[in-house]
Design a protein around this ligand. Structure first.
Ligand code: AMP
Length: 393
């Protein structure tokens, strides 16, 4: 299939204006594109990178029409944008990934069923249609397990662990009174993994795929804390993880950038946790360590341009700056200390409102070896841990 190329000078629309949208916009602008950002939050970082900014609700019809009149192609920076808006835009423009792919990914149950029906290994799960079904689901999946909202969860939000029988009633009560608009949940086995891995896959409209190196992730309280690229796993595990990730994006027939998150268990199984239909926090290292970043790949895939090289030039370790950590390490002596760490490349997202758990920036450390990249990253992590141990004045 030949893919018509949307050329530089055109306007690319991005739904969502967080740091992922901002980094997409920066990559697109470097390639000569113009950008229309739509995010209700006027302080969203991508607005500052945009040629056209929209802050109305996504349901606002005049804004839909105005946005649509400007753009030649559309993408989104996270999966919780309304799929009906993507569908509406798709009747007029190229939207990548498509609304059909977005719909499947937006619902954890649909996503897992799609992968499972294509014989791809996923965490054992049961769909829950009403809080009263939780007990039956626990009987089937067992304890420990993890109940999640089927839609709209991110960074560990909308998740309730079940570690003992007495948790079941409590979680069912929480589901009943949940303010979220959830009407469907999923119960997953709580996997005792050895490590979490992820793989970025770029897929063009022709089905051509490129996979970045397999990376290793560490989470804290459901939020990504650190990524080590490449992962410290065997050649065989690397090959299996890349293969699984590519197959997962293939079965979805996704066009764009996807991140496939995997659990690697002690008995050497790989299970798909979830797929993000966009660049991912665990791929931020590609900005500084690879020939072509995940954000430039998103531009290329959306525009139907040739996909870029995924070559990693240098081992890298990425540490997220979360909430108040950002101010603590970017002022006074701490700022100088941070920038003095070997191989440190700092990225701040320019968010003015600091909230607990909010991703404010990240630091990528480059080193000649994985150990050389990881060592200053661990020093920074130790500093951040010491900060959180100090009670606020
Ligand atoms: P998610 O939003 O589903 O990616 O969950 C965020 C993080 O919670 C994951 O990266 C894991 O660290 C943890 N997690 C999610 N699901 C499971 C599971 N079924 N078993 C063990 N840990 C999980």
């Amino acid at each position: 299939m030949t893919d018509v190329t949307v050329e530089p000078g055109s306007v690319l629309g991005v739904l969502g204006g967080g740091q992922l949208g901002a980094m997409f916009a920066a990559a697109a602008r470097r390639l000569g594109y113009r950008i229309a950002v739509w995010d209700q939050d006027p302080d969203a970082p991508a607005h500052r990178q945009s040629d056209h900014s929209f802050t109305a609700a996504f349901s606002d019809l005049p804004t839909r029409k105005h946005f649509s009149s400007l753009v030649q192609a559309v993408t989104f920076e996270w999966e919780n944008v309304p799929s009906d808006l993507c569908e509406w835009l798709e009747e007029r423009h190229r939207v990548r990934p498509s609304s059909a792919v977005l719909r499947i990914i937006q619902d954890r149950v649909d996503q897992k069923q799609c992968l499972q029906s294509n014989h791809l290994p996923v965490v054992p799960f049961v769909a829950i249609g009403a809080p009263d079904q939780l007990m039956d689901a626990v009987k089937r999946i067992g304890i420990p397990s993890l109940c999640k909202t089927a839609t709209s969860g991110y960074d560990g939000k909308g998740q309730w662990p079940i570690r003992q029988n007495s948790d079941v009633d409590e979680v069912a009560r929480t589901l009943r009174t949940s303010k979220r608009s959830a009407s469907r949940w999923i119960l997953e086995q709580l996997v005792e993994f050895e490590r979490e891995l992820s793989v970025l896959v770029v897929r063009g409209a022709s089905g051509e795929c490129r996979t970045y190196p397999v990376v290793e992730n560490r989470h804290e309280r459901g939020i990504l804390r650190m990524t080590l690229a490449p992962a410290t796993v065997s050649v065989q595990v690397t090959a299996r993880a890349s293969d699984l990730a590519r197959q997962a994006v293939d079965v979805l027939k996704g066009v764009g950038v996807f991140c496939v998150e995997l659990f690697h268990t002690a008995d050497d199984r790989l299970l798909i946790n979830e797929i993000a239909p966009r660049p991912h926090n665990s791929g931020h290292y590609t900005l500084d360590a690879c020939t072509v970043s995940q954000f430039e790949q998103q531009v290329r895939a959306v525009c139907g341009a040739p996909l870029g090289e995924v070559r990693q030039w240098s081992p890298a370790a990425m540490v997220n700056l979360i909430g108040a950590e950002m101010q603590a390490v970017t002022s006074g002596q701490a700022f100088k200390d941070l920038l003095s760490l070997p191989g440190a490349v700092l990225h701040l997202y320019g968010k003015t409102v600091v909230r607990a758990g909010r991703k404010m920036g990240h630091v990528t450390f480059l080193g000649e070896t994985r150990e050389a990249a990881a060592e200053p990253a661990h020093r920074l992590l130790a500093r951040l841990a010491a900060l959180s141990a100090v009670p606020p004045a």
